[in-house]
Design a protein around this ligand. Structure first.
Ligand SMILES: Cc1cc2nc3c(=O)[nH]c(=O)nc-3n(C[C@H](O)[C@H](O)[C@H](O)COP(=O)(O)OP(=O)(O)OC[C@H]3O[C@@H](n4cnc5c(N)ncnc54)[C@H](O)[C@@H]3O)c2cc1C
Length: 336
């Protein structure tokens, strides 16, 4: 446990390693951590816990890290929330960062609350914006509240570290720059790697086959599709563009699409190069999951639909006419 009079400094990013690779959310968080650290004139460290790594840890310096802290142990081969929580708490207690940022992935959401409890501080989950309060120097942790109807900004004035989780794709990966830094191999005591949890087997949920967060193109459908089978025309469009399928919450609730396709506040955040919103009204909760897309094409029969306010291309009309026309046009372009 850290006392609030402990001299804490620096921003620590809890990186994520998945399938022996550094997950891109790590780079997104390092980029934001760099911005925050520059405002406080302090440094950025990135913690990686893994068994084996196929990537080069030095690449993290290019995105803004000053130090990389590595905890390496065979017990970290598979995710074990107890071991991860103990390892991360140990590093926090040793390095005493002022701010800790972590990904709101399934793993992050599972072990970060335990870390916060172990180091006796608060945790703001699923932040959509982070900044430094000029007057107090505290971390401003902004996240949707009251069903997404208001944005609440939370401060942690009495405890250190100030901890926040952020969903993947909320921030962009910064441009890489030629920088270097220090790699610290952290020697945690043996009891950190013991656990009451026994891993019996691992099974893929199939979610990784979809992974719309990694697609350059996402074609998303809403209640305007009227029937589940109408998702088929979106699948044809997505296939032509090598894209993934997204869905609004009501279509997921109606079981037209599995939850892993849901985009929005209570689904995934995506930030593709091209996002199609087809038969989607553009409620704030949906926008929270896609408004950082580079180009947004909206198809809606209502000229006043809010989605048109955030779209780069607005196609007003019946989707059953417009989508086949788009498919036809792309096929013709491909033949030329
Ligand atoms: C706490 C909370 C969390 C939420 N999280 C999410 C979330 O993660 N993701 C999410 O999407 N929503 C979420 N919602 C729900 C959100 O508020 C909206 O209800 C939802 O996004 C609306 O979905 P929709 O656009 O598919 O349906 P609708 O609002 O019913 O819109 C359908 C649209 O289709 C258009 N349309 C109809 N027929 C056609 C046609 N033939 N051709 C073209 N256009 C047509 C209509 O004009 C309309 O704009 C959340 C709500 C709450 C309270």
């Amino acid at each position: 446990m850290l006392r609030n009079d402990t001299i804490a400094s620096g921003v620590l990013v809890c990186g994520e390693v998945r399938g022996n690779k550094i997950h891109s959310v790590t780079l997104e968080l390092i980029g934001k951590a760099r911005e925050l650290a520059d405002k406080k004139n302090t440094e950025v460290s990135c913690l990686l816990c893994y068994c084996t790594l196929g990537d080069d840890v030095n690449k993290l310096f290019k995105y803004g890290a000053d130090k990389v802290i590595v905890v390496q142990n065979p017990s970290l081969e598979f995710f074990n929330q107890e071991i991860f929580a103990k390892a991360v708490s140990h590093v926090i207690t040793s390095f005493v960062p002022e701010i800790v940022l972590a990904p709101a992935t399934t793993a992050g959401r599972t072990y970060l609350p335990a870390v916060a409890a172990m180091v006796h501080t608060g945790l703001t989950a699923d932040c959509t914006e982070l900044d430094i309060d000029e007057a107090s120097g505290l971390l401003l942790q902004t996240r949707p509240a009251i069903g997404g109807n208001v944005m609440a900004t939370i401060k942690t004035p009495d405890h250190v570290p100030q901890m926040a989780t952020v969903r993947p794709k909320t921030f962009r990966v910064p441009a890489a720059a030629e920088r270097c830094g220090e790699v610290i191999y952290y020697d945690a005591p043996a009891d950190v790697f013991s656990s009451r949890i026994e891993n019996l087997s691992m099974e893929s949920s199939g979610a990784d086959d979809v992974n719309i967060q990694d697609r350059d193109v996402v074609v998303a459908g809403g209640k305007g599709l009227r029937r589940p089978e109408n998702f088929k025309i979106l699948e044809e469009l997505a296939q032509l563009l090598d894209g993934g399928i997204g869905a609004s919450r009501p279509t997921v609730e109606a079981k037209w699409m599995p939850y892993r396709h849901q985009v929005g506040l209570s689904g995934k955040v995506v930030s593709p190069k091209l996002y199609f919103a087809i038969g989607i009204s553009g409620a704030v909760q949906h926008l929270a999951g896609m408004q950082t897309s580079q180009k947004i094409v909206a198809v809606n029969k209502d000229p006043d639909a809010p989605i048109f306010k955030v779209s780069d291309v607005a196609l007003c009309g019946d989707l059953m006419d417009i989508v086949p026309m788009l498919i036809d046009r792309i096929k013709r372009e491909e033949r030329i």
